[in-house]
Design a protein around this ligand. Structure first.
Ligand code: ZN
Length: 88
């Protein structure tokens, strides 16, 4: 099985970022934030068979983290500005 490392990271962090921005946190917005973020980052596929690969990848470097968080924030802001559903 292969997984995109960013997918797990995005799913774990998206809600925090959405909360910080005080934006809508429904499923639609959450999925949109995740999808937009994943599309804006180069995929990082790894084989999940050897679990210890995870900790060695560039997503864990300072620069990798910074790039990741920047992508996540900018995607969340886009969804915040233009949610796909009507404003509540
Ligand atoms: Zn929403």
């Amino acid at each position: 099985m292969i997984v995109n490392l960013y997918e797990d990271a995005v799913r774990r962090r998206a809600k925090d970022v959405m909360q910080q921005l005080g934006m809508c946190e429904c499923e639609i917005c959450y999925d949109d934030v995740c999808a937009l973020t994943l599309n804006s980052l180069p995929p990082k596929y790894v084989s999940s068979t050897g679990g210890e690969v995870f900790s060695q990848l560039s997503i864990n470097t300072e620069q990798g983290q910074a790039e990741f968080m920047t992508a996540l924030y900018s995607s969340a802001k886009k969804v915040h500005d233009r949610p796909r559903h009507k404003a509540k």
